[in-house]
Design a protein around this ligand. Structure first.
Ligand SMILES: NC(=O)c1ccc[n+]([C@@H]2O[C@H](COP(=O)([O-])OP(=O)(O)OC[C@H]3O[C@@H](n4cnc5c(N)ncnc54)[C@H](OP(=O)(O)O)[C@@H]3O)[C@@H](O)[C@H]2O)c1
Length: 278
């Protein structure tokens, strides 16, 4: 295992419920169930990642489970997230099905994938899933400031995490500030814009100046804000590259130049376009 890899798994952030989340995770959205998914997760674990992000909607929980078992890495050393598919009705029953597919006793984080049908109805079921021991931490994804506040107002246990689209181009400052104020850890998904941000001229310029790749610059921007980040690749060399983030620093000037790429106006919204019925 490389030194960078050890670092990749080792850096964590505390959650309000007392658990810890590794700052870097591998995501498997759009990776078909089967050997491609098994390989990506196995490589990540070999390279020192200790955080894997899947979802009921991705259809690949079985492969994530196979990779975990084949890797030989101890279950308790890997932070495993899955997401409740909110077109279904019962978060606790769906969590149990996820555990069967994954072949594990519990996940580390279980989050509502998006606030379909409103932000609050699923939360009691999420709390039940935690009480039943199906998940160590529970949280949400794609929730705006106002939606988080509605959950907070009713919850006995607050969401530990809000996983949202977050990058220099989607620098949702008001959402980040609101999360920080209320003790919710904002987690970044699509940090590379699903690949689209990698060819940006400014990002490329900064990457050239610091002698790193555009992907590393975009991921490092999250880490310097203490924002846990989920990145996807199915290529071994890229999975390795994306974990080599702990031996360089972006200057304040570079951080500010990246901040200026924001296209959301520092919004408190989680998405500009929502794909789910309200
Ligand atoms: N909660 C939600 O609603 C939600 C929504 C979207 C995503 N997510 C999570 O966040 C994860 C990451 O987001 P994402 O999948 O949208 O994409 P992303 O991580 O922003 O970007 C992934 C894309 O960039 C490419 N890539 C990765 N590393 C690279 C590198 N070093 N150099 C060049 N290209 C590179 C990948 O290609 P290859 O794979 O071909 O290498 C892929 O096309 C997802 O997998 C999922 O787990 C959650």
């Amino acid at each position: 295992m490389s030194t960078d890899g050890v670092e990749a798994g080792g850096r964590v952030r505390a959650l309000a419920d007392g658990n810890e989340i590794p700052l870097l995770g591998l995501g498997v959205w759009q990776v078909p169930n089967g050997s491609e998914c098994v390989k990506a997760v196995r490589w990540a674990l070999e390279l020192g990642y200790r955080h894997i992000d899947t979802a009921q909607a991705y259809g690949n929980e079985e492969s994530v489970g196979v990779a975990l078992r084949e890797s030989g890495v101890a279950r308790e050393d890997v932070f495993l997230t899955t997401k409740f598919y909110p077109a279904r009705r019962d978060p606790a029953a769906e969590a149990q099905r996820s555990l069967r597919r994954l072949g594990v006793d519990r996940v580390d984080l279980y989050i509502i994938h998006w606030p379909q049908g409103g932000p609050t109805w699923a939360w009691p079921g999420m709390e039940r899933a935690r009480e039943l021991g199906y998940a160590r931490s529970i949280g949400v994804s794609n929730f705006d400031v106002a939606e988080l506040q509605q959950v907070d107002a009713r919850a006995s246990a607050k969401p530990a995490v809000n996983q949202v689209q977050f990058s220099p181009f989607e620098y949702r400052r008001a959402l980040l500030d609101a999360c920080e104020r209320s003790g919710v850890v904002l987690e970044s998904y699509s940090p590379l814009g699903t690949g689209r941000h990698l060819s940006n001229r400014k990002v490329q310029q900064i990457a050239d100046a610091v002698g790193r790749s555009p992907a590393q610059v975009l991921l490092r921007w999250c880490l310097q804000r203490d924002v846990p980040v989920i990145v996807k690749s199915t290529h071994r060399e890229r999975i390795a590259e994306n974990a080599a983030l702990f031996d360089f620093t972006l200057s304040q000037q570079d951080m500010a130049a990246l901040d200026a790429l924001d296209r959301t106006g520092g919004t408190g919204r989680a998405r500009e376009r929502k794909w789910w019925p309200a």
